[in-house]
Structure formats: C-alpha cells, structure tokens
Write a protein that binds this ligand. Sequence first.
Ligand SMILES: Nc1ncnc2c1ncn2[C@@H]1O[C@H](COP(=O)(O)OP(=O)(O)OP(=O)(O)O)[C@@H](O)[C@H]1O
Ligand SMILES: [Mg+2]
Length: 459
Amino acid sequence: MLTRADVLAAGGHVESVPSRRILRRVASLFRPYRSQVAVVAVLAVVYSILGIANPILTKTLFDRGLFRPGGHHNLHLVYVLGAVMIVIALLLGAISIWETYLTSVIGQRVMQDLRNGLFGHLQRMSLRFFTSTRTGEIQSRIANDVGGVQLVVTGTFASVLSNVVILAASLGAMLFLSWQLTLLSAVVLPAFVLMTRRVGRTQRRLARETQRSLADLSVITEETLSVSGVLLGKVFDRQRSAIERFEEESERLAGLRVRQQMAGRILVGSMQAFLSISPVLIYLVAALTLSGGTGLTAGTIVAFMVLQTRVVQPMNSLVQSSIDMTASLALFERIFQYLDLSHDIVDDDEAVDVDSERIVGAITFRGVHFTYGDPAAPTTNGAAARDTGWTLRDVNLEIAPGQLAAIVGPTGAGKTTISYLVPRLYEATTGSIAIDGMDVRRIKLSSLARLVGMVTQET
Ligand SMILES: Nc1ncnc2c1ncn2[C@@H]1O[C@H](COP(=O)(O)OP(=O)(O)OP(=O)(O)O)[C@@H](O)[C@H]1O
Ligand SMILES: [Mg+2]
C-alpha cells in the first residue's frame, strides 16, 4: 500500500477523491429513474439467458439432427430447432432495441439533471466567484464535462449488467459441455484483469488532463474571440501570440487524445489476438483428448467455440466499460467539485420579504470595511488590517430618501465597490449597511434585487 507521501515523492499524482465515493454519488444520480433501471436490468438478464440458448441448440442440431450416430439425419428436428433459433434471434433483436431506447432515455435524463443542477447552482454563486474564475472554464464544465459523461451514463450500467450475466451463463454452459476446455480458456483471465487495472489508472489521469486542456482552449477562445478580446488583440497587435497560444494548447490536446485512444486499444487488441489464437488451442486439446476417449463430439466442439466467442465478447466489453468508467470518474469529479461550491452570499434564516411600496429609500453605511481579498484574513483592530489593504475603510454615510447623491473620487477609489455592497453583490467585511434602518442582511435577496436598481459603467 502506497502512502500519499510515497506517491508525491515519486512525482506521481494523488487521486483527490476516492473513486468509491464518486461512484456512489454517480449511482445516486440514477435514483429518480430506478423503475426504468429495473426494467433495463430485467431485459438485460433475459437477453443474456436467451443468448446462450442458440449455442446449446446448435449442439443438439449437429449431434441429433445433422450428424446422428449411425449416419442418418433427422430433418424434422433440424426444421424445428431451426425455427426456434430464428424466433430467438428475432426476440433478441427486439429486446436489444427496447433496452437501447430505455438506456439512452435514462442517460439523457441524468445528463439533463446534471446540466440543470450545475447551471442553477452557478447562477446563485456570488459575484466574487465569477470575478475569480475564468469564464471559459465555467462554460467548459457545463459543456465538455457533462457532455463527456454521456457514454457512461447512457448504457454502461446496462452493458455491465448484461455482460456479467452473459459471462456467467456462458461459462456455466461451457463447464457443462467440457470442463477441460473451459479450464484451458480460463487460465488467461487473471492476466487481463491485471492489465485492465493498469490501463484504467492511466486512462483516468489522461482524462483529467484532457478536460483541463479543453477548459484552457475554451478560456483562450473566450478571452481572444470576444469583442473586448478582439479589440485588445488588434490594438496591441497581440493576434500572433493568441494564435500561438491556441495552437500550442490544441496540439497538446491532440496528443492527449491519441494517448487516450491508444491506452484502450492496446487492451482490446490483445483481447482480439486471444480470440483468434484460442480456437487453435482448442483443436489441439480436442485432438489430444479425442485419442484419450473423453467423448468430445463435433457438436460439443462447435458449440464450445460459439460459447467461447460469447465469453470473450462480454469480457472485452467489461474491460472497455471499466476503462470508460475510470476515465469518466475524472469528469464526474470536476462536475461534483462545482456542485459542491458553497454559496457565500445567501439568505439569513431570519431574512424577511420587504414590500417595495413601503420602502422610502434611506441608505446608511456604518463603519463599513471591505476587501476583495480573503474576507476572513484581515481584522479591524491593529496594524495588520492597514497592511492587508482595505478597499473601503470605515465608510460612514447617510443618504436621505429622494436625495440625489453623487460619489466622486479618483479611479480605483472604491465608488463602484460602494454600490456593490447595497444589493449584496459583495458582503461588507465588517460594519453594517441599512435601507430604511433595516440591515440588508435581514432582507431576502429576492426582495433586495427588487429594491435596488443598477446600471453598470460597462453598459
Ligand atoms: N473583483 C475585484 N477583485 C479585486 N480587486 C478589485 C475588484 N474590483 C475592484 N477591485 C479593486 O478595488 C479598488 C476599488 O475599485 P472600484 O471599481 O470600486 O473603483 P472605482 O472608484 O469605481 O473606480 P473607477 O472610477 O475606475 O470606476 C480598486 O483598487 C480595484 O482595483
Ligand atoms: Mg467604477
């Protein structure tokens, strides 16, 4: 077991949140749709069980219908079994269409919830959050990160479930047909499990870097292709450097994407090699045991081969699912990070609604101090506060109802800042601000928004 310090010493990356916690939270996103999820689960199980019927029927069709001991064939049995197999195939098709429909509906709903939740949560963040966060970064989390989990929320859970059932059922059927051949196929499994875990870890790291890169691109675009960005670029002849920055990040993203693809492909590739090589091994073992007289029939061998492809396929998909899942954990982590941001300016428990009709509009500032820095850091007593730099220091003012008041001062004096404090766009660090003698913190934010109008100097 590596400790955090070991990982840091090795220059490695420390996973910020345990995967299990994120997984549990992802699972909770599906809670509103449990009935649909249950239907999908039933469909997946039925699908998987019907899926092994055909190989078993194939064995009977071969050994009892086509190549009966004694040389005759039983055409009637071939017709009947053939018809059953066709019906099963059609049923399988229908079930898979229904399942796909349900899983994509569930997945899209989950994404919709995430998107709306994120948007609603960010809407209520204070101005401080937006002035200290890069604009493109926020857009990137809503667009790229929520978009990125689509693959996982639409279908991964259904595919994991059906693959586990298929795997179990197929292994059971293989054991039933010949335990020797099953054993032969099973020895390779542990190697794949180990490899999957390694690839998964790499994938999660790459995914995290990719989302960061996407966000950076988004930020550069926002900064340089907005009206003010283009204006600055043209006036100061900064276009060349903007293009270079964009191209550099774009190249990094391309590299990351390639590495992401490759990490998954190597695993899938070796699975496919196994799929092609193993029939040869089976022929070999079959030949050896045939001479030993264990009674393997041609039907058993054919059925076994069909089953074996049905083991490798779900194993392949399970590996792929686990790669997708680990990669998407990084995305979920970023989304949850934003959802967990606390709102620093909220309604007090005792905040009241105020009728705007009854407000005459007297504004009072009493000993107001304010800093854009960490509001927890400076204090009013002692020299420390002066050093940390108040934007507003001990502001006292009284504006009578109906009075037209103008605040005059050099740029950066804090005029705009004073206006921000009245509708609580920022919170006074100390001191109090009152409208008609009522502290603004005691008035509901929605009322306050109705009471205070504002035209910014940017408009
Ligand atoms: N979001 C912010 N984060 C950190 N510091 C800020 C922020 N907004 C303003 N400041 C700083 O606070 C001080 C007061 O800014 P403010 O915008 O209130 O000045 P102002 O009097 O309105 O100036 P102007 O006449 O240029 O509009 C300035 O030093 C400014 O740099
Ligand atoms: Mg101003």
